[in-house]
Design a protein. Sequence first.
Length: 127
Amino acid sequence: MRSDGSAWNARRWWRSAGYAWAGIRHAYRTQANFRIECWAALLALGAAGILRAPLAPVALACALVLSLELVNTALEAAVDLVSPERHPLAKVAKDAAAAAVLIASAGALLVAAGTLLPALLEFLSGT
């Protein structure tokens, strides 16, 4: 039993997972930045594997950026729904969500510099 008194239901879980995948597919089809970030994540994860660098910090940084990009996409859609005309508060909401992605991306670059760069230099030096 779950805390709300209901039993775990595989069909409900698969349906929820389907909605999540639909959101990912929509973002990938419609958001150029999400596509770029997906490919950058695959490149970073591949580099970590090839260089035998710690995978966990790279994976976590990638997940954070991609998750925040999805939240940004959802927030933009919701703001456009409730405020189709330009409004200063709609701009604040959209800009703040975009800033969250930017900060996470900067953090991911720092993780890459601290995790992948030393492994790359070691790989290139042949030691």
